[in-house]
Structures are given as C-alpha cells and as structure tokens.
Ligand binder design. Sequence first.
Ligand code: BGC
Length: 749
Amino acid sequence: MKHLPVTSLLTASLLACVSTSALADVQPWADTSKPADQRAAAAVAAMTLDEKLGLVMGYTDPEQLMKEPDDIVSAAIKADVAANHIKGSAGYIAGIPRLGIPAQWQTDASIGVRVTGMERTALPSSLATAASFDPKITEMGGIMIATEARASGFNIFLAGGGNLAREPRNGRNFEYTGEDPLLTGRMTGGLINGIQSQHMVSTMKHWAVNDQESQRTTVDATISKPAMRQSDLLAFEMIYDLSNPGSVMCSYNLVNGDWACENDYLNNRVLKQDWGFKGYVMSDWGAVHSSAKAANAGLDQFTGYPCCGHHGAFFSAKTLKADIASGAIPMSRIDDMAERILWPLFAKGVVDNPVKVGPIDFEADANVSQKAAEASLVLLKNDAIDGKSLLPLAGVKSIAIIGGHADKGVMAGGGSSGVTPVGGNAVPGLEPKTWPGPVVFMPSSPVEALKAAKPDASITYISGDNIKQAAALAKKSEVAIVFVTQWMGEGLDNPLELPGNQDALVAAVVKANPKTIVVVESGGAILMPWAGKVPAILEAFYPGARGGQAIANILTGQVNPSGHLPISFPASNAQLAHAEIPGFHKPDGIRVGITYDEGAAIGYKWYDVKGYTPLFAFGHGLSYTTFAVSAPKAALDGSDLVVGGTVQNSGGVAGAAVMQVYVSPTDWQAAGWEAPKRLVAFHKADLTPGGSAAFSQKVDPKLLATYDEATDSWVIKGGVYHVRLGQASDDLPQSVDITLPDSRWSAVH
Ligand code: BGC
C-alpha cells in the first residue's frame, strides 16, 4: 500500500540516527514516559498554523476532491490525499512527518472494516451482540476487528454506535446496542475498549439524539434536558465512563434547534465541561454547516470532505484563517482543536505504534464472529408439541427449510457499516443495489451447516416464493424451518412489518405443519402476527460472518442459546410512542421536527408507563436448560448501592444464565422517575447442570437518580426502593427492599 512509507519511513529514519532519549530532547512529545496531554501540548507548541489547520479537516474521495478550487483545497493537499487515502475507505487526514505525527486513516464501522472491494470479517450486528448481555463478547469482537483494521492500514475506527433504540423503526438500530442506557454503556463500551486496546482510536457515535434516519440531515429533535440526560446522553455517558473513547462523532440532525455539530450545549457543556472529555469531536460526513459557530461550539475536526455534496469546506485553511483574522475564532481554540486531536493519538498508542499492513488470520477471526453469534442469538419461543419442545432438533428425519436465501447465507445490514465478506456476497443482485445497498448476505449457509450437523436427516430447501409449494413441502416433512428477513440500511427507516409475502408464508407453512420453527434475520424488532401459532422462534438479527453455522449449532443443540432481547418487540404499531416518523419515506432534505415527549421513557420503560404488554419483553430469552434465581441482595456500601444474587442451573444441560436486576421506587412518579423500573445491573454466567454462580455489582448512582437542570446535578430522592432480580424485564420473581438516603451530586465529573 502506497501510504505507509511516508510517515513511518521518516519516523524510522529519524529513530535510526537518534536514540529514543535524544529524540525526546529534540521532540519532547516523543517521550513515552510523559502523559498524553503533555505530549500533545508539546507537539502543538512546535506546530505552524498551517500544520494545526491541516489536522482539523479530513478528506475522502480523491476523485471528487480534484474538482475543488485550489484556494479551498490546496494542490498539495489534493496530491497528498490522492497518494495516501486508502481507496474505498471512509477518510484520511495527513500526518506531520517532520514532527513524527502519523496520518489518520479512518475506517468504518462497528462490525468490521469497511472498504469497498476489501474482504474482511464481519461480526454480528451490534444489536445482535448486545443480546449476548456479555461485554466480554463485544470486547473480543473489538479486538478482532481492530486487528484487521490495523493490518489493513487504519488507525482510527469509526465505531461505537451508542444511540438508544428510542424509535423501533430507526433504520440504524442494528448499528446500536439497544434501548437501555446501562446495556448500551456496557456493550458499546466493551467494543470500544477492545478496539482501543489495539492502539487505535475509536469514536462513539452518533452524538446525539440521532434516533431516526428519515430526514436525518434536517430533522430537529426536541427533548427536555433532564429527559435527554436520563436517556440518550446517559447511554453515551456510560459508554464514555467505561471506555474513554478518543473521539466522538457528532450527528447529522439538529437537537433543540442547533445542528449537533454546532451544538454548544452538547459539545462544550455536556461532553467537554461536565464529563471532562479530552479527545476531539469529529463531524459525521458532511454534517457541518458553519465554521466559527461550529468551532466555537466545540467541533474539532470536519471530516470526510467533499462527501455528501451539500455542505461547504467550512474548516478549510482559507476559511479558518479568515475567521482567526476577524477574531471570530480565537487562536486558542485552534490550538485546543489540534491538541484534542493529538491527545488520543498519544493516549491510545497510535503515535508510538505505527500501523503496518500485514496478513490476517481470517479463520481465527471468523471463529470470534461465530462465538459472538452463538452467545447472542435469542430463543424467543420454544413450546412443546406432544409433550416435547420443538428445539433442539433431535431425532428428526426430514426437514423442510424455506426462504430467506438460507441455502446461500445470512443477511447483513446496509450503509457505511456494511462489510464485504470474505468469500464475497452470497446473494448478489438484490434490491437496492446502490446506496445504502447493496444487500449483502454473508456466505455462511444455514442449510449447508444443518446438513453437516444432521447427516442422517433429509433436508430440502425451497425459496418460499411460491407459498403453496412451500406449504406442500412443509406438510410432507417432519419439521419445517422458515427463514424470514428484514433488511435495514443507513438513511432509511423501516416499518415493523416483514416485507413481501413473508407473514403469509409463515402462516401457510405453520398451518400445513404445526411443527414449524421461524428463524428471524432482522435489523431490529419486527411484528409477528403469526407468533401465537408458531411454536418455536429464534431471533438471529444479522448474525455475521459465520451466522449460518451459529444458527445451525443452536437449532441442533450443539450450542445452548443464551441471548436476551436488547429491545422490546411490540405487539402492534399501536404500542409505539410515535404513530408516525416525520418525513418517513419522503425525499431527503425536508425540514421536519420530532418532539420526544415520551422523554426518557424508552422501550420497556414506555411499555411500563402505558401498561402495555409487548410481544416479547426487553431482556427476554430462553435456554435449553432452566435456571433458578435466588432472592436478590441489596446493601449500601458507603453511599453506593451494591446489588447481587445467585443463580443455579436447575436443568439437565450446560447453559448460560443472564441475571438482570431492576430497581423500582415505591412511588416512581414521586421519585421523579420516567417509568416504574430501570435496569441497574446484569451478569452472565456459564453453568454446568447443578452449578451455581453468585454476582455482586455496584450500581451507577445515576441509574437511581434524576437530573436537575437548575443545579446541573443528579438527585436521588430518599425512600424505599424495590430491588428485583430475574431473567427478563417481565420475569422478576424475586425482590428485596432497600432504603436509599436523599442524595445530590454535581453532574460535573
Ligand atoms: C455515517 C457514519 C460514517 C460516515 C463515514 C456517514 O454517512 O453516518 O456513521 O462513519 O458516513 O463513512
């Protein structure tokens, strides 16, 4: 690859002539024993204005860039981008070779390396891995994808999706980790920790309240500050607390009247002032609308120019120099921007560990992806027929497999997080073929995997396009498995109904053969009008590079399912907080507004407030064994609430239990809560039959508090709280009471 030698050779030749300590004398920022902020400040002090301005604007698509006037993008920048941007990747920012500062090579996204035409390993969708309820799974995934990214020449990962699934029809929910702030914090935090452990900078994105894709570049989200702090921002705060991402990507939308990338409240007040964020705010691609306003409101890097066609080069050297000259942007802000960009490059080891293109162990990486899928698939239903649960498949002699291209592979989501799979797209040619397509299927066929696992069974696949034929095949088979799919792509929201004739297909098949299993490959929640009739349902989301194998292993009992839902599945559209999404399926660019008057009552909290019973509740997930949960423990350790409990595998096979602890105030409205209960702790434990495990966790006090805008503080209202333990938000059989004292503390970290 052309780009590597530029910086690394210069650094290497410098290092060859000068010893490390002598180098540190000339370049104090090369001293690895110094803290990252000191190194960043020292490097910025040595920079010219042009060098600083070179860091704050990023580029993509050299071909388009060449068409820009030279006074906006200099000929030198054009030449550098043309030489060093990795073709087909998200973005590039030049390094400063004379100071040993490497270039920034940016790649999407949370499930793996996305470069057009480059085959790489995909994890299951982020929503899928959130269902593992095991942050070790996302951390291992983060390590795997970062290893591939570095071996592909990248040092900045545009990963870490952390928007809450406030709107179940949001077309990017598959890139996020569910509807609950604690779950999102721990699962996305795990991913970022894994990535950043490999000398990469990760973003967390899309900051903030970017909860619908319809009109995503023009929609204004209105929400009160307390509601935002207790929901969308709380999820990001938890990710931040747990993983300290080097960068935060501000989103396309407006929040309370200001674009996210020029939103003083979000970027300066919350992120930088209250949370003490030391890294840099980078824009989403093309999400900037001004120079001075954005810079002064906390945007540090304008990325992806000239992506998306509709915005100007607001952070070009020419524009910023004019703003500095007029006093619209103080010089100290430019220094701060440069220092913030350099801080994570030092802190996360990017400067000290230059990227090196190298070989990738695709087999080992696919195994990581398969393990993640096996820990994440959710068994939603497994009723007994003739006294025996339908799953796992045992002693079955003939199986009809219907639909979902299950003969070829498993579905993946579209847009900037789409990874070209190793082995190529298993089902090319499906619509949409262009952005946010193409629709990609990972070449991991559930049919082939089932045939390998069940050599004695006769397994027949049929597409399901002809419902009558499918029903006839199901009728003459012992068991039928229907694969249904729902494709999601960036920039588009989705109805919850399955597309095409899939609902009719399932209804016809289960009518023909009651022993029907449905496997769902979806971006998020879907409606299942047939759920009452179908005895067994497995939610696979988008299960990644080895998804077919993982599905087969779970259906056949080689692996015991242990995923739990990271989002509620509504029983009908009537249960949604918003009847309609403004601007849904209309051409882009219409100015619309959405008022989130449900506040922080998202997902299960909304269902609780309204008294709705969802089809499947947040946290729900079945196993082939059974677990017995003890009474919870709750105690105060100083001012901290510590909760815990014990779980025993009371069934006959090994499996993993997910214990979930929720807290309810005696009177949730008097306590100022948005809803009757909140998830405050969870723990996953692998258990052999008869085995038991105990856990104990300190509760983040913000999960017990409300945000007080007037004093910028968190407040717990003293009183009796119920601590409830179980295995789903609607299955909390055990409870204990604890009295919490009044407390109040500053929201400033
Ligand atoms: C997406 C980001 C992505 C960026 C760069 C944007 O369209 O919203 O998530 O990181 O493109 O590809």
